[in-house]
Ligand binder design. Structure first.
Ligand SMILES: Nc1ncnc2c1ncn2[C@@H]1O[C@H](COP(=O)(O)OP(=O)(O)O)[C@@H](O)[C@H]1O
Ligand SMILES: [Mg+2]
Length: 461
């Protein structure tokens, strides 16, 4: 699966589960962060609301208590004054911006059947102001709501008339000071920053692990993951490194076996060649020798294959364009007769990461095949979205559709008279594919529209 496939698979999955959330991000870090930040805002918002309501309630409580005592002390002053001077006494009182007081023959408000609950608060606190028993109000009427309307209080004086008070409570203040709000915002920002930092730190290793897996796919000999950090991260890194080491050993064991077999076959082949000298019949001897030579060539190719794959040549960044040009130059030197039909098209430079010698063998074989079987090699390099795509085209007969994949099997050669004199062993393509796949790339063969074959190489850039 390449990078684009992975991305498509990821977004398909994300899309299914969270299609309804338009801002739901794809990365683990962003998801965790979004969840944390939304949670933080909700918790802080709820905390602030609870605090504000509590404060407002407390504030009202204090104001109502104050109102009860103030109305009673106004009443006491008015009642203690001779009836004719009461209006003047009232005017002299400092009532403050929220309170108005008038004298009248009756209450300014009609008593309610049911008094609102806050009225009890006012009444209780009226009792806290001492009034001579003879001067006690004959009747008390309270109306209004403490939140918006003015509260009207009517107090009936014992001798004549009513003292009517109208109090408009100041608007509620949900928080006490500017500093409180500032501190609250600072707190929220600090918590948010801490979350960002923590999420970054915690999800970093996941990205690292994905990167390492990707690297291992391109190069079995990639350096191991650092085994540092929190316990879980160390465990994951150790497990990953162990897995990588096992894969490496498995690959090494297989190639070692292959080269060992190849090696051991050499001696009997040499012995057979010596013995063949004693065959009397000339024709038989020649055929026998030819078969042995072919066998020898196959064994040599097998050994080369083993050496190539077991190679611990390090993967390094290099210029793919320079490598392709070198391969073409070499091919032109080897076959001056087709020199004209060798060409390169593509950017001036393209840096990729890989094992230079192994990749050189890949392109040498593909260009060699194009020249050998197609009489030309037009190489086109096309860098696109994290991939280097190299196509190698020729002017030959191409391949029967059924053979396009079979030629990648070891020692398989298309049975055709033209192959007789070419003298290959049929290991070039399998080796090329093996090397490319070890780099996280691949190679396929196809036929061009106008005739001729095309080898298409992909290589992660
Ligand atoms: N460009 C090409 N055009 C036609 N046939 C090809 C081409 N490249 C490879 N082949 C076929 O695939 C076979 C396998 O190729 P390869 O693995 O390189 O082995 P070799 O070149 O040693 O025969 C070749 O024998 C040939 O028949
Ligand atoms: Mg070949």
């Amino acid at each position: 699966m390449n990078v684009a496939d992975t991305r498509a698979a990821l977004s398909a999955r994300g899309g299914r589960l969270f299609a309804k959330i338009p801002v739901w991000p794809n990365s683990l870090a962003r998801r965790t962060l979004l969840t944390l930040l939304v949670g933080l805002v909700v918790v802080q918002g709820a905390g602030l609301t609870i605090h504000a309501f509590d404060r407002m309630k407390l504030q009202r409580f204090a104001e109502l208590r104050d109102l009860g005592m103030r109305s009673m002390s106004i009443y006491r002053t008015v009642v203690g004054t001779a009836p004719g001077e009461r209006g003047a006494a009232l005017r002299e009182l400092e009532l403050g911006p929220y309170m108005r007081a008038t004298l009248a023959g009756g209450p300014a408000v009609v008593p309610e059947v049911m008094e609102p609950p806050y009225v009890g608060q006012i009444r209780v606190n009226m009792g806290l102001v001492q009034v001579r028993p003879a001067n006690r109000p004959r009747d008390v009427v309270i109306r209004g709501t403490p939140w918006s309307d003015p509260i009207n209080i009517g107090l009936q004086m014992p001798d004549w008339g009513w003292l009517n008070l109208s109090a408009k409570l100041p608007p509620p203040r949900p928080w006490h000071s500017r500093e409180f709000l500032l501190a609250f915002v600072l707190m929220t920002v600090a918590a948010a920053l801490l979350s960002i930092w923590a999420v970054r730190r915690l999800t970093g290793p996941v990205a690292l692990l994905a990167e390492a897996a990707e690297r291992l796919g391109r190069d079995v000999n990639a350096p191991p993951l650092p085994e540092r950090g929190p316990d879980e991260v160390v465990r994951a890194a150790v497990a990953f490194n162990t897995m990588a080491a096992r894969i490496r050993r498995f690959v090494q064991d297989r190639t070692f076996l292959l080269t060992a077999i190849g090696h051991d076959l050499r001696t009997p082949i040499t012995r057979l060649k010596l013995r063949a000298e004693f065959i009397e019949d000339d024709e038989q001897r020649q055929k026998f020798m030819a078969d042995l030579d072919e066998l020898d060539a196959m064994v040599s190719a097998t050994l080369v294959f083993g050496r190539d794959t077991a190679d611990t040549e390090p993967a390094v960044p290099f210029d793919l364009v320079a490598l392709l040009r070198t391969v073409l130059d070499d091919a032109a030197d080897a076959r001056p007769d087709v020199g004209e039909s060798l060409s390169f098209a593509g950017p001036a430079h393209l840096t990729v990461r890989g094992r230079i010698l192994a990749l050189k063998r890949v392109f040498a074989n593909l260009v060699g095949n194009a020249v050998k079987y197609g009489g030309a090699a037009r190489v086109v390099l096309d860098p696109s979205a994290g991939l280097a795509i190299v196509s190698i085209e020729d002017d030959g007969p191409g391949l029967p559709p059924g053979e396009l994949e079979r030629v990648f099997e070891p020692f398989y050669r298309v049975e055709d008279s033209r192959n007789r004199e070419t003298g290959g062993t049929g290991l070039g393509l399998p080796i090329a594919r093996n090397i490319l796949r070890a780099h996280g790339g691949d190679v396929v063969l196809g036929n061009r529209q106008g005739g001729g074959a095309r080898a298409l190489v992909t290589l992660p850039a």
